[in-house]
Design a protein around this ligand. Sequence first.
Ligand SMILES: Nc1ncnc2c1ncn2[C@@H]1O[C@H](COP(=O)(O)OP(=O)(O)O)[C@@H](O)[C@H]1O
Ligand SMILES: C[C@@](O)(CCOP(=O)(O)OP(=O)(O)O)CC(=O)O
Length: 449
Amino acid sequence: MSSFEKVQAFSAPGKALLAGGYLVLDPNYRSYVVAVSARMHAVVKSLDLKQKTHFELEILSSQFNNDCWIYTLNPSDGYAIIEKDGKKNPFIEMVLFNLFSYFRPQQGKRILIEIFSDDGYHSQLNSVLKRNSYKKFSYHTNSITEVPKTGLGSSAGLVTVLTTALVSTFKSNLDVQNYESLQLIHGLAQVAHCQAQGKIGSGFDVAAATFGSIVYRRFVPELISELPEHSEVNYSAKLRTLIDDTNWKVSHTRVRLPDGLRLVMGDVNNGSETTKLVSKVKAWYNSNPSRGLEIYQNINSNNEKWMAALTELDLLNRKAPNTYSKLLEALDAQDEVLLKQWPELIKIRQAVKEIRHNFRHITRESGADIEPPIQTILLDNCLKLKGILTGVIPGAGGYDAIVLIATENSNLQLQTKDKKEFAAVTWLDLHQEDVGVKQENPVHYQNFV
Ligand SMILES: Nc1ncnc2c1ncn2[C@@H]1O[C@H](COP(=O)(O)OP(=O)(O)O)[C@@H](O)[C@H]1O
Ligand SMILES: C[C@@](O)(CCOP(=O)(O)OP(=O)(O)O)CC(=O)O
């Protein structure tokens, strides 16, 4: 047993926002978010410091230039967050600040948290793979801020898993399958993530990291924007009231893609500035609200049709698995005559076609490259492949990785090999993973070589 009293491990998934991009910023609209198999992990070791009230914290991210952030927190100065060498990581800082403001612990501890992030979150260029008999991670000589991201929500995953790790040191016997515990983690992580990124997004990414694949409706931003300044003496009390005694009116209903279907992500080795896209779309909407509302309502109606049709597929599989198998066979054949016999498939394809058509309107009218022409061509080519049900550019769109819904049997590598129209696409080794925060076995994170 190491010198630490308690050792635990947790993980949280990345995300792909399939339906509801931009609209999900408005609490009137729902979104469909799929948790993906790229996960952020935290191994937390804690030791009580006898007769001490201060906290010695070390957050280690050895995969990225062996980065670590070291803090000493004292109740006497309001748990001020000052990194030993002045190093900055706003996401770590905001988690620490809000966790200590919420729990206000008095029993001093030494806490070591090691963060691990799966390959899907970042480019693997200039990295070395290290493994043990349970897991493998890529190690970079560059710091985290210098390694290109893939848009799976690394900061949301980090904030959620770091929040979970710290909650586990202050709340004995934390059960991450317990709904109240997940609610606590979710609230604290949403506050920390918004404060760290300096803007209040819809929070779909933190919700998916916490709860897994969900249909999500956001909380009103004022819940977080109206918190006092950190320097205010009542910050801690207001935070506790927000977390413990406030109905956020957020909804996150668990969903899963129907059996036999899987998420496929195709990276085009490019990216988009979500903040810039969002501001362009907001400016477009505000410049002509009636046009914006018309387009948004059309997109929302088709988002809801898409979500309902996915649920219908799931129900069909449960009620009539043999019939459902024939539907999957029709998809694998990609035979137009056969496919016409399946209204559930036609419904999904027509809904997504309408959604994409409307986003191309917004692209032209706002100047925000939500579905740029090169991505339109790629998606339309993908729809002709055997086994493909539909496809979108997730989230804010742009030049991020595309997302397809495909049958388990579809072999995209084989179908696209040496085809010039797919030359720019790398099919990622990712799949949907329905579960959010998970307890892991700490033994699985030792001796990577
Ligand atoms: N493994 C990690 N270790 C430490 N910090 C991390 C890690 N992954 C992400 N972060 C933090 O999150 C930031 C990336 O957040 P952001 O730019 O919002 O990207 P994303 O869209 O992937 O969330 C990094 O600059 C870093 O501060
Ligand atoms: C526009 C949005 O509705 C969705 C953005 O989804 P992305 O997955 O594109 O976001 P990033 O994590 O920044 O890549 C903004 C929001 O909901 O906050």
